[in-house]
Design a protein around this ligand. Structure first.
Ligand code: PAF
Length: 273
């Protein structure tokens, strides 16, 4: 595995490679969820590139940018053992200049749900993903469905900017008890970790209600809200797969999303029905 710090150097190295390039962008603190994305990329491409970059522009004032888990040595080992070909590990200065072009997330779908509690977050995500895709020029880029709004906005950006890459959505990887894997789970103490399970419980209950014939979005949300207690619910949203609001569940075209705080840790999860 080659560790590369400079964007231009990586571009030059990748120009010499033949065949398809799979790309897994991450912010590090790699867990099984990331390893699943890397495995898929390895299986489907000749070359696999992973980036580790804690992107400052997607953190708002007062968020956990400084405290975000950074595990350089462990992450390098994970990538090496997973058979990654290139690990891209740029500094902030290598990625961002002083007075820059910045992408804005779509006015509506970038400012609902997580975009309401974190205004500007998705503009930062799209700006960095655009840069990373330009540097790596992959044939396939792998993103988890856990960050469903992020995934939808990246798919929208790729379409809007006519970018030549296939975005590959990957199923959420869960702990044995159902908690969605996330780099932020390390912040949870024992009590918060147990309470966090109410998120998957509420999503499973919603799925059960739908299987039993319930289609009314308001009723499903009401039940989910009860189950999520005592977590501080930021939102429960039920939308179509392109994130248009719906009143009735449409089987095969519905995403149920939850964002809630367990203690001070923001947790996201969703289920596609
Ligand atoms: O999902 C993440 O880890 C980040 O938002 C991403 C896509 C790597 C951009 O910084």
């Amino acid at each position: 595995m080659r560790v590369v710090y400079s964007p231009r150097e990586l571009q030059n190295l990748l120009k010499e490679e033949k065949g398809s390039i799979g790309f897994v962008p991450t912010m590090g603190a790699l867990h099984l969820g990331h390893r699943t994305l890397i495995e898929a990329s390895k299986k489907e491409n000749e070359i696999t590139v992973v980036s580790i970059f804690v992107n400052p522009t997607q953190f708002l004032e007062g968020e956990d940018l400084d405290a975000y888990p950074r595990k350089e040595d462990a992450d390098k080992k994970v990538c090496e053992l997973s058979g990654v070909d290139y690990l891209f590990y740029p500094t902030v200065e290598a990625i961002y200049g002083k007075d820059e072009v910045h992408l804005n997330a779509p006015n509506v779908r970038g400012y609902i749900m997580e975009g309401t509690s974190r205004p500007g977050h998705f503009s930062g995500v799209l700006t960095v993903v655009n840069k990373l895709l330009n540097i790596v020029q992959p044939t396939h880029a792998y993103f988890g469905k856990k960050d469903a709004q992020q995934l939808m906005l990246i798919e929208t950006m790729v379409e809007n900017l006519f970018m030549d890459v296939s975005i590959v959505p990957m199923n959420t990887v869960r702990e044995k008890d159902g908690l969605a894997m996330s780099s932020r789970n390390v912040y949870l103490n024992e009590k918060e970790r147990v309470e966090a399970l109410n998120i998957i419980k509420s999503l499973r209950e919603a799925t059960q209600m739908i299987m039993e014939g319930e289609r009314d979005v308001a009723k499903i949300k009401q039940e989910m809200f009860k189950t999520l207690t005592p977590l501080a619910v930021e939102y429960i949203t039920i939308v179509s797969r392109t994130f248009e609001p719906i009143d009735k569940v449409i089987l095969g075209n519905t995403v149920i999303l939850v964002e809630a705080l367990s203690g001070t840790t923001r947790l996201l999860d969703n289920i596609w029905v």
